[in-house]
Design a binder for this molecule. Sequence first.
Ligand code: PGA
Length: 251
Amino acid sequence: MRKKIVAGNWKMNTTVAEGVELAKAVVAKSAEVPAGVGLIVATPFTHLVSVAEVVKGSRVELSAQNCADKEKGAYTGEVSVNMIKSTGATWTILGHSERRQYYGETDEKLVEKTRLALAAGLKVILCVGENLEEREAGKHFEVVKNQTEAVLFNFTAEDMKNIVVAYEPVWAIGTGKTATADQAEEIHACIRKVLAGKFGEQVAEDTTILYGGSCKPSNAKELFAQPDIDGGLIGGAALKADDFIGIALSF
Ligand code: PGA
């Protein structure tokens, strides 16, 4: 059985002190969430060491939001997978649409980042998703299929045990415009089919596929009720512990 996960992507929000408070509130409320649901907080790099202390010994796992595409050395301003690992974090998000859109994240770079992350022992949440123009042109299946293949087809069935896919339609991120449960489900099913074609039915069945894009306590239940939606990658609503936990209670 694949794991259900609710992951909070804090993006570029909170100071260290605010982040520590938010993480404390999430840990405090995490007992309400059924044991089978994984909880992850993805903080800014600057917060990882402090938040690692807060989540230590709890069920809440810690994630970065990106990593360098180089192992180490003269890459000013970059943060390596080993640095992330050394904070106590066990995950990193990769390929978020904001990174693809604003920071030139290419599929080639994502292959390298994923390779480095897995080699360092980090698990990966790989984001895919079409933008509004692509959706309106009816190209959403094609775009998501291509993004999924371009990165994941460079990895093995064994690697897939440490990779979660997040479908995040760009037009739904931070816009308040959630994909309907049907719109999300048909893309999730498509991603699972793409994975089955490459890695076999079992790997596809075992891979957690999250939905992201204006997910909140009021719409999570309907989304999570879909057979191929295994949880959420939560932006805005992850900045309030009550909302984040409320979403995690929606299975
Ligand atoms: P949102 O962001 O929940 O604020 O729409 C989701 C994400 O970008 O991960």
